[in-house]
Structures are given as C-alpha cells and as structure tokens.
Design a protein around this ligand. Structure first.
Ligand code: NG6
Ligand code: CA
Length: 519
C-alpha cells in the first residue's frame, strides 16, 4: 500500500514538472574550452557563470557533438548527429542553409508549442537555397526564420568570414541600396584593400587565409565589396547581440520564450570593446572570456528584473573546445600563462581528443535544479529530446532522433546520463562509453599548435592501425596509453556501437579533404 502511494506521488510530481513551460535560454559560447570557466578551474574571473552553476548542475562529462562550430550547432538545433548530414562541415560565409526546412528544429518545435523564439548571435548554418545564388541585398532566405526563429539578429557565419554585416529578420541591417554587397570565396570582388595587399591598414596581424577583405581594420576569410554602411565593428559585437537579446526578453516576459544566444566570444578575431581590453592577464583571449561572462551576468540580471529568473532554464555551453591561435596574432599562446583552456583533457578545437568536444556544460533552473556537480555523460544532441520531455510534448517524427530525454540528469535529479556518446572532429568520429574512449583505425587528422597556413602546413595526419585506440579516461585523461591490445572485448563493444550508429564509419576513418578541413 505504502509503495503504491509512493508511485502515485512520483507520477504526480513528474506530471506537474512536465506541465510547466519555463523560458529556455541556450547561452552558446564559441571555442570556449572545458578549462576556460572559473568553476571548471579557469583563471579568468567568470563570477556570473560560476554563480549560475552554483544554483544548477555543472557537468564534467558534457559534450558538444563535434569539435567545430557548424556541426555542433547543427546537432544542437536538430537533435541529429552532424555526421549524418554531409553538409554539416565548417561553412564559408556564402554557403546555403544546411538544415532541411522540413525537419523541425528545436526552435520550430518550441514555436509550435507556444514559445516566442529568437536567435541573437552567430548562425553559421548557411543561408539561402542550394539552387539559387543568394542576393545579400534582398531577402535572405531560407534562414533562421524558415527553421523556427521568429526573430533573428545574427551574422552569416563567423566574425572572421565575410560578409561582415548583421542580418535582422532576413535583411542586412543598415544597408544602403546604392552600395550593394557582393561576396565571393573563390576570387576577389570589388576594390577593397586586403590584408595581403595592405598589411599596413591592419590592427591585427593575420595569416594568409585570413588575409582577404579588410573590414574594421581586420582582414577576413573571403572577399566582399559594398555594404559599407552595414559593416560591423568587432568591438561592438558583444554589446549588440546582448542588447538584442535583452530587448527580446523584456518584450516577451509575459510569454514563454526560447532564446538562442550565441555570442562571438571566444572566436577569432578577438577584438573586444575597449572597456574589456586588458581586463585579464591572458591577452585578448582572456578578455573575450570576461566579455562572455559579463553577457551572462547581464542576461541573468535582465531575467531577475523581469521577474522571470526562476521561471527560466539556462543552458551554458560551447560549440567546441578551445584554440589559442586560429589565424590572428593575438598573443593567445604567449599570454596563456598557467591557464589551461582545455582543462585536464588532451587537444582542443578540431580534435577528437577529449578537449575537442568535452566542454563546459551548465544547466540551471533556479529553484528547480538540484544543485551539484554531475559526472553523467550528456550531449547537446540531447537537449531537444529533453526539452520535449520537459514541456510534455512529443518530438516531431522527423527530428531529434539521436538525442535522449535526459531532463532528470539535466536537473540533477538523476545520476545517469547516456550510456555512450559519439564525438566528431572534422567528420571523423570516436566513441566514449563509461570510462572508455575508442578511436577507430584509419586516419587521425590533427591540427598543429602554431602555424601559418602557407603551403598547406598546419595539419598532421597519423595512421592508426587495427584495432584502433582505446583509452581509460579516468586513469589516462590525456589519452596516451593505448589499451586496445589489452582489452579486445572492449574494442569489439566499441566497434559494435560504431557499426550500429554509423555503419559507414565502421570500416575506419579516411584522410580528409580541404572542404572537411574548412578551406
Ligand atoms: C577554419 C578557420 C578558423 C575558424 C574555423 C571555424 C582557416 C585556416 N581557419 O577554417 O580560423 O574560422 O574555420 O571556426 O580558415 S568555427 O568555430 O566556426 O568552427
Ligand atoms: Ca566554434
């Protein structure tokens, strides 16, 4: 009898929880490593994020799906592993949209369930259709709106890629029709100076790949002409995205809302507002982390003032691991000191080692989360299914299939997360299950720490023989001691997972082409 009552009570609590529709905010940092945040051992003061983590759950085994931006963002929004979509690789700024508009994203799903939705920040999932050339001077679609964001204020790709403009609800902001924009990634357009032709105009020295059209004293990847009145200023970017997000929160405090806040920090070029320049001892990279934390603080403050703080589920994470040098001489390497951006893990951005995809991951619903540190394995690919679980609505049939409903783990009520997770870097994959990590045989492509991009240098290709690499992550967090020959059964278990999840990868990984490397 007593047992029955308990079950009834539990069922009732679960129902009460699913009936709620808190606001949901994804605060999605760029290139922020596991060790970059104070509560993960970082040396930059991130008081706002740490305070949020204190009220929620801080994950030590939280993953983005891939070690670069486009595939991770793709998975975050679609709940699908990115390697399933061949287009989900680092995109140029003029790439077409890679999300099939008939596949509802988490934004479309929430919009259809009574949420107001907004993107503020980085997009990098392509714009326009694959069959028609995009006119940057007209309506830019399909884009965020067509896949579920009722409002959007964003850049096309990355801050280091043209076009260096903001796009609001499908139109370039402040565009003068008499000065139309052209964008090209194959050959120069217009007569703008480039970093290569006019290095004396640069405020930041760049490598050859980032040495094309100069905007705001910074040379970029790709050429653009026109749109002079619309060009952004890197120094104002964080404030700009933040203010749009704040306006959205204030305007929608009566409704449930979903805000995807995706600032540029900590991506290159790291050109922060003067009030943050020198804020840390780590140079521009550390200063950009301070900016990121400040944005989190402002969002929290806005929610508190709107009386919505305790009615909001916050997710703070990053799209891939850290990188100290990514094309601009910002002294990231020279000034890192003892700060370890990837924390205890090996590798970073672009890498299949843990540092590539194991990222800061904090989930806080103030007053509702059971605060603490969780070692559960969770992935950003799970957020879609978990949010569906939270609001008690079934996911659309053609969406979210690689995610698991883990709201119990995300709120700290359950200790277990997923059994295994797939980690992708530049389309090559690895598997973590429990304490074990497996890298299949074939090619392992790695980026070298410091390089110029001249003559294709900067990448190292290693061949891994059968049966692959097997590491015990607790005893060997830096993945150095290959135990594959010692534990053949484990290897078979991991291979079986790959066979099941990605059969085309089961034969081993191939070397990479330029597109996969992001050129
Ligand atoms: C790479 C860029 C790098 C960065 C990255 C995308 C070169 C040589 N390097 O291709 O600077 O822009 O793409 O970063 O072009 S991400 O975080 O958006 O994935
Ligand atoms: Ca990134």
């Amino acid at each position: 009898m007593k047992k029955k009552l308990l079950i009834l009570v539990t069922a009732f609590t679960a129902c009460a929880a699913v009936a709620e529709k808190p606001n949901i905010i994804f605060i999605y940092g760029d290139d922020i490593g596991y060790g970059d945040i104070g509560c993960y051992g970082g040396e930059v003061n991130t008081a706002a994020i740490d305070a949020l983590a204190e009220e929620g759950v801080r994950f030590t085994g939280g993953y983005c799906t891939a070690a670069t931006c486009t595939p991770s963002r793709y998975s975050l929004l679609t709940g699908e592993y990115a390697f399933r979509n061949k287009g989900a690789q680092i995109l140029p700024g003029n790439a077409p949209l890679i999300i099939d508009p008939s596949r509802p994203t988490i934004a479309a799903f929430l919009r259809d369930n009574g949420y107001k939705t907004m993107l503020s920040g980085k997009w990098h999932l392509g714009l326009g259709s694959p069959t028609e050339p995009l006119d940057w001077n007209g309506e830019i679609k399909p884009g965020p709106k067509e896949v579920g964001f009722e409002q959007s204020f964003h850049m096309a790709a990355t801050a280091d890629r043209v076009p260096s403009v903001y796009i609001k609800d499908g139109r370039v902001v402040n565009l003068d029709a008499s000065d139309p924009i052209q964008v090209n990634y194959q050959e120069p357009v217009g007569t703008d100076p480039t970093g290569i032709s006019h290095p004396q105009l640069l405020k930041l020295q760049a490598d050859e790949q980032h040495g094309k059209t100069i905007v705001n004293g910074v040379s970029r990847i790709g050429w653009m002409s026109g749109g002079n009145s619309a060009r952004f200023k890197d120094e104002d970017m964080a404030d700009t995205y933040l203010n749009k997000a704040v306006d959205f929160i204030e305007a929608n405090k009566e409704d449930p809302f979903f805000l995807y806040f995706a600032p540029n920090e900590n991506h290159v070029p790291r050109v922060v507002h003067p009030r943050f320049q020198g804020a840390t001892s780590l140079g521009p990279r550390g200063d950009a982390l301070a900016v990121f934390d400040w944005c989190v603080g402002r969002l929290v403050q806005t929610l508190k003032e709107a009386g919505q703080y305790e009615n909001t589920l916050f997710v703070v994470s990053s799209d891939n691991g850290p990188v100290l040098f990514d094309g601009y001489w910002e002294a990231g390497i020279e000034r890192q000191g003892t700060h370890d951006a990837s924390g205890p893990w090996r590798g970073g951005k672009y890498s299949r080692w843990e540092g590539g995809t194991r990222v800061p991951f904090i989930v806080t619903w103030p007053g509702k989360s059971k605060p603490g540190i969780s070692d559960a394995i969770v992935s950003q690919v799970d957020l879609y299914a978990s949010v569906a679980e939270l609001i008690g609505k079934p996911m659309p049939k053609n969406a979210g299939q690689d995610g698991q409903p883990l709201m119990g783990a995300f709120l700290g009520e359950e200790l277990d997360g997923r059994e295994y997770v797939i980690q992708e870097a530049l389309t090559q994959i690895a598997v973590r299950k429990g304490n074990w990590k497996y890298v299949p045989p074939g090619s392992v492509t790695e980026r070298l720490g410091i390089m110029t991009w001249k003559k294709g240098s900067g990448w190292k290709e290693t061949k891994v023989e059968e049966p692959g690499l097997l590491f015990h992550l607790t005893e060997d967090p830096t993945e150095e001691n290959n135990l594959a020959a010692v534990y053949p059964d484990r290897v078979e278990e991991m291979k079986a997972i790959i066979q099941q999840v990605a059969p085309e990868k089961a034969v081993g990984e191939k070397g990479l082409n330029k597109k996969q490397l992001g050129f």
